[in-house]
Design a binder for this molecule. Structure first.
Ligand SMILES: C[S@@+](CC[C@H](N)C(=O)[O-])C[C@H]1O[C@@H](n2cnc3c(N)ncnc32)[C@H](O)[C@@H]1O
Length: 246
C-alpha cells in the first residue's frame, strides 16, 4: 500500500502533460494496445465485450473504456488519480460509463462483480502485483477473464537509466526488478516471469496465453527511446497476460 500516495500525486502532476503528449495516439482508434499502439484486431486479446460487465483497472483518460462502452459493454473506469479521471470525464463520448476513484490494491467492488477485468499499463503496472492480482481475481465472476498488458522484464532489464533508453545490454538485475523508481517518488512494479506465473496461479487464475506483441519495424514508440529503434521487433517489449477464473 506504501506507493499509493506518491503514485496518486505523480499521476495528478503529470496527467495534463501526459494526455497532451499521448492522447492523440492512444485515442486515435478503438482498442490500441501499449507503447506501439498495436490494434487488438491483430492480437485478439480481449474478445467480444457486448453486454459484459467490464472493469478497467487504471483507466487513465478512458481511451479504452469509452471504446468498450460504445461497443455495448457495461464499463466501470477505475483509477487512482483524480486528474486522470477528470480527463476521462471530459473525453467521455455518447456512451456514458461510471468513473470510480481508488487503488488497485484494495478494490471497492463486491466479489464476482465483473465478467472482464483488464488494463493496459494500468493498475497491474502501478500497484504491487501480489496485492492487485488477488483483488482483480476476487471481483471476477467464475469464468470471468483478467487480461492485462505491461512492460516485459526484458524491457526493464535492458533499460539504461543513465542514457534513458532501452539498449541491447543488460542493465538491471532481472531478479531484483520488483519495484522500479519512476521519479518524483513514484513506483511501478515488475516481476520475473516465474513470479508472474506464481502470483496469477496463487490467486486462483488459469493462464490461457501470454501474448508478446511484436511491432513491425518502423512502428514508433512514443514513450521510450530504444537502441536500435526497432528493438521491440527483436525482443518482447511488452507482455499481455490472458487469464480466467475457473
Ligand atoms: C499509463 S496510465 C494507463 C492508462 C491508459 N491505458 C494509458 O495508456 O494512458 C497508468 C494509470 O494507472 C493509474 N494508477 C496508478 N496507480 C494506480 C493504482 N494503484 N490503482 C489504480 N490505478 C492506478 C494512473 O493514475 C494512470 O492513470
Amino acid at each position: 500500500m506504501d506507493s499509493i500516495p506518491a503514485n496518486r500525486r505523480f499521476w495528478n502532476q503529470i496527467s495534463s502533460s501526459y494526455q497532451h503528449e499521448h492522447d492523440p495516439r492512444i485515442g486515435a482508434a478503438p482498442r490500441l494496445w501499449g507503447m506501439y499502439a498495436i490494434p487488438d484486431a491483430h492480437l485478439h486479446a480481449l474478445g467480444d465485450v457486448t453486454g459484459k460487465r467490464v472493469l478497467e483497472l487504471g483507466c487513465g483518460a478512458g481511451q479504452w473504456s469509452r471504446s468498450l462502452a460504445a461497443e455495448g459493454a457495461t464499463v466501470v473506469g477505475f483509477d487512482l488519480s483524480e486528474a486522470q479521471l477528470t480527463a476521462a470525464a471530459g473525453a467521455m463520448g455518447a456512451a456514458r460509463y461510471p468513473l470510480v476513484q481508488g487503488a488497485a490494491e484494495l478494490l471497492p467492488f463486491a466479489a464476482g462483480s465483473f465478467d472482464l477485468v483488464f488494463c493496459d499499463h494500468g493498475g497491474l503496472s502501478w500497484a504491487p502485483p501480489h496485492l492487485a492480482v488477488p483483488q482483480a481475481a476476487r471481483v471476477l465472476r467464475r469464468g470471468g477473464r483478467l487480461v492485462f498488458n505491461t512492460a516485459s522484464p526484458w524491457f526493464e532489464a535492458c533499460y539504461d537509466d543513465t542514457a534513458s533508453r532501452v539498449t541491447t545490454t543488460l542493465h538491471q538485475d532481472y531478479f531484483g526488478l520488483n519495484s522500479i523508481t519512476e521519479g518524483r517518488g513514484a513506483t511501478s512494479y515488475q516481476l520475473t516471469y516465474g513470479d508472474w506465473i506464481r502470483t496469477l496461479r496463487g490467486a486462483g487464475l488459469i493462464i490461457d496465453d501470454l501474448i508478446e506483441p511484436r511491432p513491425d519495424p518502423g512502428t514508433p514508440n512514443d514513450y521510450n527511446r530504444t537502441d536500435p529503434p526497432d528493438w521491440a521487433h527483436h525482443w518482447p517489449a511488452e507482455m499481455l497476460w490472458i487469464t480466467h477464473k475457473p
